[in-house]
Design a protein around this ligand. Structure first.
Ligand SMILES: C[S@@+](CC[C@H](N)C(=O)[O-])C[C@H]1O[C@@H](n2cnc3c(N)ncnc32)[C@H](O)[C@@H]1O
Length: 361
């Protein structure tokens, strides 16, 4: 929410609270608005006091958990969610947040159990289906159970991608550059091995524009597309792109087809880990690139694997080298270079990946 609207909301809640200082709802809304508008410490203090006075009011307890989680106080947040679930075991959002915290600490079994509770309460919850499958995949004995509940997935649900990155947008650049040692855009663009400037470039899943900053010197006119509006808002502040499209990858490619735009370069930097089956994308990119046009992308690498891709416990996909080598030529790409390289950090290790440069024949 833009800062001005946030201030206005806070003012409204303060007035409401002044009129009804003992009212539970007025105090709840005031604490939430205070926290959201940057006064996190005070928001947390108000919410803690509210929970002390109304120890069984679930919305306040849950929101206290959310605040602690946002402040990265994960263990405390988990205890607060456990308290919510003790009072009401059907509180879905508490299960969802609990599942996320368990995954973060590598407690995959606990996370899987929490997602299963979500699925029992909301059998159509797409994120729960995806994560339940992802966390079941590495354990053959429970794979069958998962497959009875959910059908195999070839792409993370678009609404889930949007939710993850909308939430992440404000901290994305700092987190990736300072903590995750993210150098994939630079490394990928170095595969071009030329200073030639191309005319039209499309950066799929452009995010906040970290990829665009590296690509910009190589194209005259650069379009970025992404499904997360908040990531795009960050990108627009960098003034790196000539246009930004709020679309998922397939719709962005279809849109450029309907506009008759031929691309000289298409990039997708750290975007394909959210899509397992890349055939549709490869086909669309091939149909839109000019002859000798460049397609640059990165994927996470799966170790030895007979299948084209694997859904990992993180909910992302890793692709096999044989899939890339087999499919790209089928879509009339010549492979210029595939380089094994770390993509970014994850917990204590590095995530292995492949950086790919191919050209339309
Ligand atoms: C890890 S970020 C990378 C952002 C940028 N390319 C960079 O290198 O900094 C992944 C981005 O891809 C976007 N994304 C993932 N899958 C997508 C899809 N199917 N359609 C559109 N955007 C997608 C996400 O919203 C997110 O902004």
């Amino acid at each position: 929410m833009p800062a001005e609207r946030q201030k206005l909301q806070l003012l409204r809640c303060s007035l409401d609270l002044a009129n009804k200082p003992e009212d539970y709802d007025a105090r709840l809304n005031f604490s939430v608005q205070l926290f959201r508008s940057g006064h996190q410490k005070q928001g947390l203090q108000h919410m803690t006091a509210l929970v002390r006075e109304f120890p069984t009011h679930l919305t306040a307890i849950f929101n206290l958990g959310v605040m602690l989680q946002k402040l990265l106080r994960f263990s405390e947040a988990a205890s607060v969610y456990a308290r919510v679930l003790k009072i009401n075991p059907s509180y879905v959002d508490a299960w969802i947040n609990m599942a996320g915290i368990c995954s973060k600490f590598g407690y995959n079994d606990k996370s899987r159990a929490a997602w299963k509770r979500v699925l029992i309460l909301q059998p159509d919850n797409e994120m729960a289906k995806h994560m339940f499958l992802a966390l079941s995949n590495s354990q053959p004995t429970i794979q069958c159970e998962a497959q009875n509940i959910c059908s195999p997935s070839s792409q993370m649900p678009i609404s889930m991608i949007e939710g993850i990155f909308d939430e992440y947008a404000a901290n994305f650049d700092d987190h990736l550059e300072q903590e995750l040692d993210y150098r994939t855009p630079k490394q990928l663009i170095s595969l071009l091995q030329t200073n030639e400037v191309k005319r039209f470039g499309l950066d799929l899943g452009c995010g906040t524009g970290l990829s665009g900053m590296e690509i910009r010197p190589y194209v005259e006119h650069l379009v970025g597309s992404d499904i997360s509006e908040k990531m795009l808002r960050q990108a627009s502040q960098k003034n790196t792109y000539d246009q930004l499209w709020h679309l998922d990858n397939e719709h962005a490619l279809n849109r450029s087809a309907s506009l008759g735009l031929p691309w000289d370069m298409v990039t997708a930097v750290d975007v394909f880990p959210y899509t397992g089956d890349l055939d549709t994308i490869f086909n669309l990119v091939a149909s839109l690139l000019v002859p000798k046009g460049s397609f640059l992308f990165s994927v996470e690498a799966v170790g030895l694997c007979a299948k084209p891709y694997r859904l990992l416990p993180t909910g992302r996909y890793a692709h096999s080298l044989s899939y890339l080598r087999d499919r790209l030529p089928q879509y009339k790409f010549s492979i210029e270079k595939i380089k094994a390289a770390p993509i970014r950090r994850h917990r204590d290790g590095l995530i292995d990946g492949y950086l790919v440069h191919c050209k339309k024949r």
